[in-house]
Design a protein around this ligand. Structure first.
Ligand SMILES: Cc1ncc(COP(=O)(O)O)c(C=O)c1O
Length: 304
């Protein structure tokens, strides 16, 4: 995955890939006290541009605030570091991974005395679930692991430690021969995928699980809601979706920075619609890729 990556930006400096190291007693390694982002830079008609960068930076700083991580750089400094890193790596398109975390310090649970550290890595990353998945869709299974509730751990923060929930769901799905999991919330309704939000199409209208359903407030989710509305669709963005409704949906698809717009072809071996990419999913996916190829609307792109 990281072949050819030469440098990583770490704590204010560009360091060689091999030197981007932390101590084994790093607080975040033991307790998951880090926050991160996944962002894409697209090779648009106007050159490499970071997609919805401002929103990703806002979410990073909001996630940090929840855990009292005082990121020792401004958004502007992280922005400049990222653009320079992409430039130094000579990338036209890439995935961007900023991470802020409590570093090496006392290992008490209260991280107060641990230093805050920040790193940014960039690397080329194609279709997260594979090129074929974008066309044919993925086979999914409902996970036996539930998504934690926001009363237990804030679901609006993108925190390293909480991704063990996604890892468990993903391991289970792959172990049972599926490509991706769908995770239910504490109430037993649909939350999201391990790294994706979920959309359902029924009778020509579009539904996506609401923020109160223990989901991450996905930036691709926001994008698709806006694009679909612009295309004239009715979008219910605060839906509660039951497991059974998935089985009888006309179409289902995932959204995410990594997964982009990926159709779901089966859930628990039940074919969704015709068991391939549905027509509305196709239209939305086409529109999404048009947007990121053209770099329009401009307000969503920051040129490198
Ligand atoms: C749990 C979870 N839900 C949803 C998403 C989609 O969010 P976004 O579109 O901002 O990448 C992600 C990916 O970051 C995720 O990890």
């Amino acid at each position: 995955m990281f072949e050819g990556v030469e440098e990583i930006w770490m704590d204010g400096e560009f360091v060689d890939f091999e030197d981007a190291q932390v101590h084994v007693l790093t607080h975040a390694l033991h307790y998951g006290t880090g926050v991160f982002e996944g962002v894409r830079c697209y090779d648009t008609a106007e050159g490499p541009a970071i997609f919805r960068w401002e929103e990703h930076l806002d979410r990073l700083f909001n996630s940090a605030e929840v855990y009292d991580i005082d990121i020792p750089f401004s958004k502007r400094e992280l922005d400049e570091a990222t653009r320079e890193l992409i430039d130094r790596e000579g990338l036209q398109s890439c995935y961007i991974r900023p991470i802020a975390f409590y570093g090496y310090g006392p290992l008490g649970l209260n991280p107060g005395k641990s230093p805050e550290q920040v790193a940014i890595a960039v690397w080329p990353w194609g279709a997260y679930l594979g090129e074929e998945a974008l066309e044919e869709g993925v086979d999914t299974a409902i996970s036996s692991w539930r998504k934690y509730a926001s009363s237990q751990i804030p679901t609006n923060a993108k925190t390293t430690g909480t991704y063990v929930n996604s890892v468990l769901a993903s391991l289970e799905a792959k172990g049972n021969g599926y490509e991706e999991a769908i995770v239910l919330n504490k109430e037993g309704n649909v939350a999201e995928g391990p790294g994706e939000n979920l959309f359902l199409v029924r009778d020509g209208e579009i539904y996506t699980t609401g923020l109160a359903e223990s989901i991450l407030d996905g930036i691709t989710r926001r994008t698709v809601i806006e694009l679909a509305r612009d295309m004239g669709y009715t979008v219910h963005d605060d839906a509660t979706i039951s497991r059974g409704e998935l089985y009888t949906a006309d179409e289902l698809f995932f959204t995410g920075t990594a997964a982009e717009v990926t159709p779901i072809r089966t859930v628990d071996d039940n074919e969704i619609g015709k068991g391939t990419k549905g027509p509305i999913t196709d239209e939305i996916q086409t529109r999404f890729f048009e947007v990121v190829e053209e770099g329009e609307p401009e307000r969503w792109f920051d040129y490198v």
